[in-house]
Design a protein around this ligand. Structure first.
Ligand SMILES: [Zn+2]
Ligand SMILES: [Zn+2]
Length: 415
């Protein structure tokens, strides 16, 4: 058996691993969001693609791979809905930003039609000697981690995961012991996340403070993150207008449509009912006449309704822009966070609003990663999806005495 490292090795973005058995199985086929880069194209025949979850760095190039290979595609129902939303939006963004375009709307439709929907606990038989188990990765609604069993070997591929629960999902649940190889994300191998409850309290206080002072709390969110923020606001008893805009609306509706992937669907329903959905600039301008909180895409501030709000609010010292997710380097959001300047195309604004950032990561923190590796007890660890993969591999090796590596894109691992 062989594993081909196609993307997401020693980097975050465009995750993809090809496993050669009697089948040609690929786990994830993402895009590097900042540059639009796809993973390497598989050198051997691809028979099956398993998508872990609804983020572009894991599925952004899947429509392209499908058009080229017509492989079987497996994922959960929630991920299938996120895929449609994200791939359509990525096409728009690619056109605006002059990024490479590798698929068409027709390819998205064809891909979605062919998706075989799977559930946690399923075991998918690909051939008499090869099967793939599906487990809950605890990252976002519908996120899965996969175990490939073939030719007497067991390979665990995590995608992105989190052991601790969030408001929306219950944390990873799996029954996997001693795989021959573990492909693990290590996004936060270098640091811990603050306790969730603390982060929630601080976020709520910052929003409340802004509104009490007559301002507007503007939250540029990743679409899939919106339900969690809504639930926090609801839980703490927010009694001011809450608006939902851009793809944050669609992603919330997708989570509501898949109760089987949400920790407490009644709580999410309650929270979503309190939020008002906005569609037109006139509605947006009316909304910001009074103190309120607005959750909108794009999280990286590279497009979407957030741009309109920034143009209206950037001079107001009583307002706050509040980040709740990782800001990708070289994006407008990251630049604003680092410098206080909002630059996007011809837009160049010196922002007077308060700029705040809170850690609501849906990834395992450092000690969760170590705990996970110890629990799973693999023969070999392959570190990927991180900026410090080599350092983490060295640490895993010395701490647990397990063979651990951090290969490069293009490397082949013999199993
Ligand atoms: Zn993810
Ligand atoms: Zn990821």
């Amino acid at each position: 058996m062989e594993a081909h490292c196609l993307g997401g090795f020693r980097e975050v973005g465009r995750s993809a691993v090809y496993i050669k058995t009697d089948r040609g199985v690929i786990f994830d086929y993402g895009t590097k969001v900042e540059t639009g880069e796809a993973p390497l194209f598989p050198k051997l025949r691809t028979t099956d693609l398993f998508i872990t979850h609804g983020h572009l760095d894991h599925l952004g190039s899947s429509a392209y791979l499908f058009r080229k290979t017509h492989c079987n595609v497996y994922t959960t129902a929630a991920t299938s809905d996120y895929l449609d939303l994200l791939l359509r939006d990525a096409l728009k963004v690619a056109k605006l930003r002059d990024l490479p375009i590798r698929y068409s709307p027709t390819d998205i439709v064809a891909l979605r039609r062919s998706i075989k929907k799977i559930n946690y606990g399923d075991s998918i038989k690909l051939s008499p000697s090869t099967k793939v188990e599906v487990w809950d990765a605890g990252h976002i609604p519908g996120s899965a981690l996969y175990v490939l069993n073939s030719q007497g070997k067991k390979i665990l591929y995590t995608g992105d995961f989190k052991l601790e629960p969030t408001r929306v999902v219950a944390g990873a649940r799996f029954d996997v012991e001693s795989p021959d190889v573990l492909f693990t994300e290590c996004t936060y191998s270098n640091r811990e996340h603050p306790p969730r409850q603390e982060a929630e309290k601080q976020l709520y206080a910052a929003i409340k403070n802004t509104i009490d002072n007559g301002g507007i709390a503007l939250l540029p969110v990743y679409a899939v993150r919106a339900p969690e923020i809504l639930m926090i606001l609801n839980q703490f008893g927010a009694d001011w207008p809450i608006y939902l805009d851009g793809m944050a609306k669609d992603a919330t509706n997708i989570a509501l449509a898949h109760p089987e992937f949400v920790r407490d669907i009644d709580e999410l329903h309650d929270a979503a009912e309190n939020a008002i959905q906005l569609y037109e600039n006139e509605e947006r301008n009316n909304a910001i006449r009074e103190p309120c909180v607005i959750l909108t895409t794009g999280a990286a501030m590279e497009g979407g309704p957030i741009v309109h709000y920034m143009k209206q609010l950037y001079t107001r010292e009583d307002c706050a822009i509040i980040f709740t997710g990782y800001q990708i380097p070289k994006t407008a959001g990251r630049y604003l966070l680092d410098t206080g300047q909002y630059i996007l195309g011809a837009i160049n604004l010196k922002v007077k609003m308060k700029i705040l950032s809170f850690d609501f990561s849906a990834h395992a923190g450092r000690s969760e990663l170590l705990k996970f590796i110890q629990k799973v007890s693999p023969q070999k660890v392959v570190c990927m999806h991180g900026d410090y993969c080599e350092k983490f591999a060295t640490e895993v090796k010395s701490r647990f005495g397990i063979d651990a590596i951090a290969p490069k894109n293009g490397d082949v691992i013999r199993i």
